[in-house]
Structure formats: structure tokens, C-alpha cells
Design a protein around this ligand. Structure first.
Ligand SMILES: [Zn+2]
Length: 467
């Protein structure tokens, strides 16, 4: 099962093996849906005209100023001469066209910073509805794809959301990812602040030992996950564990990667502690999430193996004292990191970039927690670390699509790619904060946000419905 298939085939057909009759039914209904949607949603080609184009691939601005979209696909890029006679022309003025942004580390079901208590206090259905509203806001802010890195949920609400978005019932960003984060007992996915007499179902999926990990992974995949997420070390946001400690043993890590690999599913490893990062890389995970205390030797190993790193730096800033006024239950750990770890981490990220480690943009926020405009601040932190703005933008477009294994269809503005296109005012290479003010969003050829309109279109829930 290739993740690339996910872009065009309804998830229902990927969940379980079908009988031939079921397959025929699916093919027929899929064909009917695509006929209907193309008749309704797509007409004449659309020509997006701006002052400049960042295509996600070249290290300099493209010479093009026009992207032509027909149906779901980009059909031409160039000057005004490529505009077809029958095209609807959308003039964007002094703006930059670029690929839709990809958030490779999202927790859509988390709606408050006190996410472990929120998990205990709200149902999976409640989480699904707040997540849908949050994801739609993210889409309007220019984030056209997200990778879910597990969620605080007993159920599988993020997989249900993904299925409903894939089916076209709701508008939302393209989704891939893990249903849960898998954690040891007492780890970052466990609730560690209740008395031993209390029995609750924690926010993470608890698994100890290779056999429980294999079973947890099989359940994740059974219910739709196409990533496995492991909490390899302690975390900064949870109560009662330490990001400098390693949770899973090398034996458990190897079992996880081996089990996931047999199903064609990649593993993402949340890891802060130096040795935990090293062990996860050697076990063969596809991405290291955070990587706060990674050493140079491991960075070189990651560059050699092609292991991705999603540093999620802005998260610490978001929860810094006073910033946003939003505090964590484990605020003391974040405060310590800001005081004693942040500067070194920025230097680490720059070294990772120089060594050739593939860095991707990920926020580690919940779509319902933060105003979606702050998500673009992760690009700003990359630039603050010394990474060139173009490389930062590629980390949230082309490189992110590669991490998701969707790069054959997404992540760059090129003829033949799916038309996930956004426009930002001015030139983000001069002022990276322009990414906070996305003025136009197109998802698979559908115009989701028109320039000049602050709000959405048919199909989106009104923003006032967000609790
Ligand atoms: Zn996370």
C-alpha cells in the first residue's frame, strides 16, 4: 500500500481487502462521484497571475508569473503567453504564488493546551468536531496537507475525519498519519498525575515490550493509520516524564520498525534525548520528531541514511511565558528549555541543514489550540536559525511532500502536479512573515479562498461555530 495512492482513492477502499463485488461497487461509485464533482467544481481553466512564483524546487525565484490550472491539475507555468483564451484570470497583484504549505506534525484532536485533561473530559465525537473546525481554519491559512502525529483520543476520530474529508463530505486539508502516539507505561502518552487507584484510558496508546508494540501497530493499521508514531523519549508537554530519558529499548524500537515495515508503513519517532534519537535512527525510523539534543555524529548518520528531522521549534516559543497567554500543565519543562536549550537547538538545526539532513516544517500544535496564522512562525524560526528563506519554504513544501511520500503529486508547482497553490502578499524571501497572511488558497484545483475575501465558501463551517 503506497501512501501516494491515498491522494486519489477513497480511504474506504484502503481499509480492508474487498470482495470483487465490493471492488466493482467502489469503482462505479468513485466514477460517479468524480463525474459529479468535475461537473460541479471545474469549468474553464483558471490562470493565477502574480508578481512572482516560488515553485518549491528551484533555489531562486522562478521566471514564471502565471500558473494555469485545469481540473485538479497544473497544466502550464510561464508568462502571460501561457494563459488560455477561455481561462478565468485571477489577478493577484504584488503577491507570490507557491505550493500549499504542508504541516508534517499536527495533533488535530487537541483543542486546548491542557490537552491531557481535555482528553479525559471530552468525547471522541467532541474532539472530531473541534478538530474539523480547526483543520478548516488551517486550510484557509494556506496549509493544504497535514500529517497527524497521533492524537489524544481513545477512539480513531482523526481517521474518521480523514475519511470524511477524502470522501468530499467536508472540506479540509489532505491528511495522512498515525491515529495515536504509542508510549510506554509512565511515558509521554500516559496520564502520570493521578493516584494509583484511578483507572483512566490515557491519551496515548500504551504498549510495553515488543509483543504489545506489534499488537498496537497492527491495531493502528487496522483502523486506517498509514504512519506509526512512537514516543521514544520523554516529552516537554506531558506531566511526569523527562525528555532527557529514553522510553523504549532498542529491542522494542527494532520490533516497531520491523512490524510497521512489513505493512509498508513508515515510523515517526518523537525523540529529544541524544541516545534515544541515535537508537531510533539506527532502528530505521523515517523521521525524528523534535531532535532537541541530537549530537553531530547522529546528524551525520541521519544525512547519510536520509532520515528526516521535524524540529517543531516554534512550539516552545508558543508556550513561552507570556507568549499567547497559553500555558501547559508541564509549563516548568518548557520554561527550562527556553532558558537553557533553545539557543543551542537553533544552532543544531543550522548544523543539520549544513550537513544535509532533510528538515521539514511541523508545528506540533493542535488545530484548535492556536490561531492558524501562528503556524507560519515555524518558517520564521528556521530563518532565525540561519537557514535561507528559500530552504525554509522548501522544508514546508517539497521536502515535506517527500517525507509524506506524496512528492510525485504534491509539494512543487510543476506541470502535471495537483493544483495545491497559495498566494502570499509581497515576497516571502524578503519578509518570511508574509506566510502568515495567505491571500488565496487553491486545493486540488478548487478555489478555497479568493483574494480579498477573509472568509470561506460553500462547504466550510462558519467560523462562529467553533466553541
Ligand atoms: Zn507532537
Amino acid at each position: 500500500m503506497s501512501a501516494n495512492v491515498a491522494l486519489d482513492i477513497p480511504i474506504s477502499s484502503r481499509l480492508r481487502p474487498c470482495t470483487p463485488w465490493k471492488q466493482i461497487f467502489l469503482v462505479l461509485t468513485t466514477a460517479m462521484f468524480s463525474l459529479c464533482s468535475s461537473a460541479v467544481a471545474y469549468g474553464a481553466p483558471t490562470a493565477l497571475v502574480a508578481a512572482r512564483v516560488i515553485d518549491g524546487r528551484s533555489d531562486t525565484l522562478s521566471k514564471a508569473t502565471v500558473v494555469v490550472v485545469d481540473g485538479k491539475t497544473i497544466v502550464a507555468i510561464g508568462g502571460r503567453s501561457v494563459i488560455p483564451a477561455d481561462a478565468e484570470v485571477i489577478e493577484l497583484g504584488d503577491a507570490t504564488l507557491m505550493p500549499g504549505m504542508i504541516n508534517t506534525h499536527e495533533h488535530p484532536l487537541m483543542s486546548t493546551s491542557d490537552y491531557q485533561n481535555a482528553h479525559l473530559a471530552t468525547s471522541s465525537a467532541y474532539k472530531a468536531l473541534t478538530a474539523l473546525a480547526g483543520l478548516q481554519k488551517l486550510l484557509l491559512a494556506g496549509w493544504t496537507s497535514v500529517r497527524v502525529m497521533g492524537d489524544a483520543d481513545v477512539g480513531y476520530a482523526n481517521q474518521d475525519l480523514r475519511r470524511l474529508i477524502d470522501s468530499g463530505l467536508f472540506l479540509g486539508p489532505r491528511m495522512t498519519g498515525a491515529a495515536h502516539y504509542i508510549s510506554i507505561t509512565g511515558g509521554g502518552g500516559d496520564v502520570n498525575y493521578l493516584s494509583p487507584e484511578q483507572t483512566v484510558r490515557p491519551d496515548g496508546l500504551i504498549a510495553d515490550g515488543p509483543e504489545e508494540i506489534r499488537k498496537a501497530i497492527r491495531n493502528e493499521i487496522k483502523y486506517g493509520a498509514d504512519w506509526v508514531k512512537l514516543l521514544v523519549t520523554g516529552a516537554f508537554e506531558s506531566v511526569g516524564d523527562d525528555p532527557r530519558n529514553i522510553a523504549f529499548s532498542p529491542e522494542e524500537l527494532r520490533a516497531a520498525v520491523e512490524e510497521a515495515a512489513r505493512h509498508g508503513v513508515p515510523v515517526a519517532a518523537h525523540a529529544h534525548a541524544t541516545e534515544g534519537i541515535r537508537q531510533a535512527v539506527l532502528a530505521g525510523v523515517r523521521s525524528i520528531e523534535h531532535g532537541t539534543y541530537v549530537d553531530d555524529e547522529t546528524l551525520h548518520e541521519m544525512a547519510r541514511r536520509g532520515t528526516y528531522m521535524v524540529p517543531t521549534v516554534y512550539l516552545g516559543d508558543y508556550y513561552d511565558k507570556g507568549d499567547q497567554g497559553d500555558h501547559l500543565r508541564a509549563q516548568d519543562k518548557n520554561d527550562d528549555y527556553i532558558k537553557n536549550g533553545r539557543a543551542a537547538f537553533l544552532a543544531t538545526i543550522l548544523r543539520a541543514h549544513k550537513y544535509g539532513v532533510k528538515l521539514a516544517i511541523g508545528l506540533d500544535l493542535g488545530a484548535g489550540i492556536a490561531d492558524p496564522s501562528v503556524y507560519a512562525n515555524e518558517f520564521g524560526v528556521f530563518v532565525e536559525a540561519g537557514i535561507p528563506p528559500m530552504a525554509a519554504i522548501q522544508a514546508g513544501t517539497r521536502v515535506a511532500a517527500e517525507l509524506l511520500r506524496w512528492d510525485n503529486r504534491l509539494g512543487t508547482l510543476e506541470k502535471g502536479k495537483l493544483a495545491d497553490v497559495i498566494a502570499v502578499p509581497g515576497n516571502p524571501l524578503v519578509d518570511i512573515t508574509a506566510l502568515r497572511h495567505v491571500s488565496m488558497v487553491m486545493l486540488g484545483g478548487k478555489l478555497i479562498k479568493r483574494p480579498g475575501s477573509s472568509q470561506a465558501l460553500a462547504g466550510l463551517l462558519p467560523a462562529t461555530s467553533v466553541p
